[in-house]
Unconditional design. Structure first.
Length: 183
C-alpha cells in the first residue's frame, strides 16, 4: 500500500478483531469502527519534546507512570495513542482504561487537526485531568485543565513568555519552553 505524503492519516473500516491483529507499525487508533492509521513517522522535535516532558514529570510523580504511545481506551468506542500520558496506576493488560492525570499531544503537521480537535474532545469526555498541547512549529505549549468535561486554558508558554507553573494533581510543575523544545 503506498501512501501519498498529503495523506498523513488513513481511515479504514475494520472490525475490532482486525484492529487487534494489526502490527505495531504503522501506528493506529480505533475510532467508531474505523482504524485511523498515523502513517507519517514522528520527527526529531516530536521525540525531543516527549523525552524532555518525561524527564520533567517522572521525578515529580514518583508514584505514577509517565508513558509514551500507550493505548488509551476512551468512551464511545475509541482507542487513542496520546504522545505521552501520566497515569496513577499500572494497567493490568497494558491498555490505560482509567482516566489519565495528563495527556500530551505533540503536534505534527500531519496530525494537527486530529490532535487538537477530535482527540482533545475525546480526552475531555474520557476524564483526563489535564491536556497539554505542544506545538514545535509555533514554539508554544498550551496547558489545559478539564472542568466538567471541557478544557479551560491554564497557561500558554511561547517565546514571548517561555515559563509558567501549573498545578497538576497537587504538584506544582514548572514549564520552560526552552527546556521542552530545546533550541
Amino acid at each position: 500500500m503506498s501512501v501519498r505524503r498529503e495523506d498523513p492519516l488513513r481511515r479504514v473500516r475494520m472490525s475490532w478483531e482486525e484492529f487487534l491483529e494489526l502490527p505495531e507499525w504503522p501506528r493506529a487508533e480505533w475510532v467508531d469502527g474505523e482504524v485511523v492509521m498515523l502513517v507519517a513517522p514522528p520527527v526529531f522535535d516530536h521525540g525531543t519534546a516527549q523525552t524532555q516532558l518525561t524527564l520533567l514529570l517522572a521525578p515529580l510523580f514518583p508514584d505514577c507512570w509517565v508513558v509514551p504511545g500507550v493505548f488509551l481506551a476512551l468512551p464511545c468506542n475509541r482507542v487513542r495513542l496520546p504522545d505521552l500520558m501520566l497515569v496513577a496506576e499500572r494497567p493490568a493488560d497494558g491498555w490505560v482504561r482509567a482516566a489519565p492525570i495528563l495527556v500530551v499531544e505533540v503536534l505534527s503537521p500531519s496530525t494537527r487537526s486530529e490532535d487538537t480537535i477530535r482527540k482533545s474532545m475525546e480526552y475531555a469526555e474520557g476524564g483526563a485531568q489535564q491536556h497539554w498541547v505542544v506545538d514545535p512549529d509555533l514554539r508554544a505549549i498550551d496547558l489545559w485543565r478539564n472542568v466538567d468535561g471541557e478544557w479551560t486554558l491554564l497557561a500558554r508558554v511561547d517565546d514571548d513568555r517561555p515559563t509558567a507553573e501549573v498545578e497538576l494533581a497537587g504538584v506544582t510543575v514548572p514549564i520552560d519552553l526552552r527546556q521542552i523544545l530545546r533550541d
